[in-house]
Design a protein around this ligand. Structure first.
Ligand SMILES: *[C@@H]1O[C@H](CO)[C@@H](O)[C@H](O)[C@H]1NC(C)=O
Ligand SMILES: *[C@@H]1O[C@H](CO)[C@@H](O)[C@H](O)[C@H]1NC(C)=O
Length: 158
């Protein structure tokens, strides 16, 4: 039984390398426009959106455009998310909050994962001030394919 179990696990992980997650914004600041960008392309201006890796490494940035942020989130608090397609353990979705140059603390920001399995659900990080420590969380989706739905909720002024 043991060898066939291992085979099934690895096969599922390879299929699972196509990760999809939903990004959802919660803007409690009362102003500004949440933006989600992938390589400079706008994926969302505040509405929920599905992001799919298509099997390649995918990176997005999210920030609250208050009129003071550059086109790529310069001078503003930015939530960076990178999906790594690791064949053996399945995809991992790493999110962090950056206030380091060219970014800069502008508004409090936080994120939380909902769903995605036991190594993902509930993971969160917050950055409430310019001196927030490295805020990151690594969501690992190692469930069988299709992987459980996972939502990345990004909150501003939470
Ligand atoms: C994201 O995909 C799921 C499952 O395919 C679907 O139910 C949901 O409506 C989609 N959400 C958006 C915002 O497109
Ligand atoms: C960031 O802020 C500095 C100082 O206010 C300003 O000179 C610079 O143009 C800003 N950068 C962007 C990309 O908006």
């Amino acid at each position: 039984m043991r060898p066939s179990f291992v085979f099934v696990g690895v096969a599922a992980a390879i299929v699972c390398a196509n990760a999809q997650w939903t990004v959802q914004f919660n803007n409690k600041c009362g102003h500004g426009t949440p933006l989600l960008l992938e390589n400079g392309k706008t994926l969302s201006t505040g509405e929920p959106v599905n992001v799919s890796s298509g099997g390649v490494t995918t990176s997005t940035i999210a920030f609250l455009q208050t009129g003071h942020c550059g086109d790529n989130g310069e001078n503003c608090t930015v939530v960076e998310t990178t999906e790594h397609t690791a064949a053996i353990i399945g995809p991992t979705i790493l999110s962090d909050i950056s206030v380091a140059p060219p970014h800069k603390f502008s508004v409090p920001a936080g994120f939380q994962y909902h769903g995605g399995g036991q190594f993902c659900d509930g993971l969160h990080a917050d950055c409430a001030s310019a001196s927030c420590p490295a805020a990151e969380a690594n969501c690992q989706i190692i469930e069988l394919d299709p992987h459980p739905p996972v939502t990345l909720e990004i909150t501003f002024c939470g």
